[in-house]
Design a protein around this ligand. Sequence first.
Ligand code: BOM
Length: 143
Amino acid sequence: DVNVMKDVTLGFGQALDKCRQESDLTEEKMEEFFHFWREDFKFEHRELGCAILCMSRHFNLLTDSSRMHHGNTEQFIQSFPNGEVLAQQMVLMIHSCEKQFDNEEDHCWRILHVAECFKQACVSKGVAPSMEMMMTEFIMEAE
Ligand code: BOM
């Protein structure tokens, strides 16, 4: 549900700082990772795809061909409270998005497209967290 997605996003977002430099993702292009869920968020910077690639590598979620590692990704999601309710569904959604963009050879661009597709899938399935939820939790964690 939306709460699980909120926690997974914040957990995944922990790797953003580490990945900023190598991906050239400036704060102007994305301030904090949870802005991903903003309704008007634009998936236009290749740097964001590179950052998600780096963040996924950081958590060991990718195969040698930079595709999602299904087993590790499922485990990663399950490591969050109630993660098991969403783990399989998320892996399926990401995989079906991956298949749509498999011909894109640039990993950063492909992952950016996959991320946008994944967000749309979450919105249509009603598992996308609201920005209000994300910000509240983010501020609470910082305090
Ligand atoms: O083909 C490469 C697969 C890359 C996966 C990209 C998925 C989009 C992730 C962006 C949002 C993440 C929130 C939680 C991540 C859990 C894995």
